[in-house]
Design a protein around this ligand. Structure first.
Ligand SMILES: [Zn+2]
Length: 145
C-alpha cells in the first residue's frame, strides 16, 4: 500500500483520473449499498471527508451523475466508466471512495462487507423505521489446488 502521510493514491481503470485521499477511518467504513443505483454499480465504498480528497489529474474527465433527489453526486471517468467517488446524500460532508480504485487494495481483500439498507434512504424513512444494514456479503478465496 503506497501511502505518504496517511494518504492513499487512487485512479480509475484507464489512469486518466488520479487522486489522493485520506480515509476517515481506514478500511473500517467499507460498505456496499442496495439502493437502485449501487446495486447496479456494485462497488465497495469507504469514507473520506470532503476536504481529504484531491483530484491530481483528469478532473475534466470526471462525469457527474445524479438522480431522484439530485443530492448525491456520483462521479465516474468518462473514458473508462469507472466510478471513483461520490458525495453522499446521507452525509453530505463525506465522499464515498471506490476501494477498487485505491492502490494496493482489492475489493477481494474483504472477507465480509456490510450492505447499507439504501432501498429506503435513511432520509426518507421515519425514525426507527427498520435496520440501517440490510445484510452482509462474504468472499471466500478458492483454496483448491
Ligand atoms: Zn478512466
Amino acid at each position: 500500500m503506497n501511502s505518504t502521510d496517511g494518504k492513499l493514491q487512487g485512479s480509475c481503470h484507464c489512469g486518466s483520473v488520479r487522486f489522493q485521499v485520506r480515509l476517515s477511518d481506514g478500511l473500517k467504513t467499507a460498505r456496499r449499498c442496495n439502493c437502485s443505483y449501487c446495486r447496479m454499480r456494485g462497488a465497495i465504498a469507504v469514507s473520506a471527508a470532503l476536504q481529504d480528497i484531491e483530484i491530481t489529474s483528469g478532473e475534466e474527465l470526471l462525469t457527474l451523475y445524479q438522480f431522484h433527489t439530485m443530492q448525491a453526486k456520483h462521479y465516474f471517468c468518462s473514458k473508462c466508466g469507472i466510478y471513483t467517488h461520490h458525495q453522499r446524500r446521507s452525509k453530505p460532508d463525506q465522499f464515498g471512495i471506490n476501494v477498487a480504485c485505491l492502490e494496493g487494495i482489492s475489493p477481494f481483500d474483504f472477507e465480509e462487507v456490510a450492505v447499507n439498507e439504501g432501498r429506503l434512504h435513511p432520509k426518507d424513512k421515519s425514525a426507527g423505521g427498520g435496520p440501517d444494514i440490510a445484510g452482509y456479503l462474504r468472499f471466500f478465496p478458492n483454496t483448491a489446488p
